[in-house]
Design a protein around this ligand. Structure first.
Ligand SMILES: *[C@@H]1O[C@H](CO)[C@@H](O)[C@H](O)[C@H]1NC(C)=O
Length: 259
């Protein structure tokens, strides 16, 4: 990123604006992505892949997941993370957040019942795409016993990056409902027999993880400065467009549904 160091200061959102008054920040995040050519292109690609009806049964899941991985690998982290971790107060926002990464194709299915988490784990460990990402997630998000809120300070950003890195793998996580910020991969431990403990330990990395929860909450507390600061530090050619969009999104009640 050596060529992206010129400064670009973005104005703070107006006090009392929609965002600071608890409006739909997932819509704000979507608008910021739309205003950024790279973010918008990568998102259009995964939406096209994940919603295409090319495959006979269900969706072309492998292509959908590859496009999602590309979104997080190549998109500006300030914008991709804002879409993934936008904080919500109401269920309309949370439902939108849950639907953002096309869970019907990338996350759940093909059957109505989720597989055993041990099956998903086993599959992931044998995949050269999934395995290193899971190891990174474990290394970055495992709660630090000495830290009062789960993560050491510099661990939070790494944890969120590692979590985002799992989107588009065999253990793609997502929000499980529209009334909480709980996340999990599409799997359960109901039929794991005498390996139930192993299964619950793995699932608990998502569902009972103080570091991950704390990192997501910290991202919310840092909003919008997180978005603004990271956008400013990236300062790609569309920076001013992002700034404009951010101001528009936060100073008017204009909403635009993209997905
Ligand atoms: C929240 O989820 C429930 C259950 O899936 C659904 O019936 C409801 O319509 C959702 N709410 C919103 C605002 O989408």
């Amino acid at each position: 990123h050596a060529g992206r160091t010129e400064t670009c200061s973005l104005p703070a959102p107006l006090p009392g604006s929609v965002s600071s008054a608890g409006g739909n920040r997932c819509v704000d995040a979507a608008e910021a992505c739309t205003a950024d050519a790279q973010c918008q292109r990568l998102r259009s690609e995964y939406v096209a892949q994940c919603l295409s009806r090319a495959a006979q049964e269900g969706c072309p899941r492998a292509r959908c997941r590859r496009a999602l991985r590309r979104f997080f690998a190549r998109g500006p982290p300030a914008l991709t993370h804002a879409l993934l971790f936008c904080p919500c107060a109401g269920s309309a926002c949370a439902e939108r957040r849950r639907q953002t990464f096309v869970p019907s194709c990338a996350f759940s299915g093909p059957g109505p019942a989720p597989p055993s988490c041990l099956e998903s784990l086993n599959f992931c460990q044998r995949s050269r795409v999934c395995r290193p990402r899971l190891l990174a997630f474990q290394a970055s998000c495992t709660p630090a016993p000495s830290a009062p809120d789960g993560c050491l300070r510099d661990q939070r950003a790494r944890c969120l990056r590692a979590y985002a890195g799992l989107v588009g793998t065999a253990i793609t996580p997502n929000y499980v409902d529209n009334v909480s910020a709980r996340v999990a991969p599409w799997c359960d431990c109901g039929a794991s027999g005498n390996r139930r403990e192993d299964c619950e330990a793995f699932r608990g990395l998502f569902t009972r993880n103080r570091c991950l929860d704390g990192a997501i909450q910290a991202f919310a507390r840092g909003w919008p400065p997180v978005l603004l600061d990271q956008t400013a530090s990236l300062c790609h050619p569309d920076c001013s467009a992002v700034a404009r969009s951010w101001l528009t999104a936060t100073s008017t009640s204009q909403v635009q549904v993209i997905l």
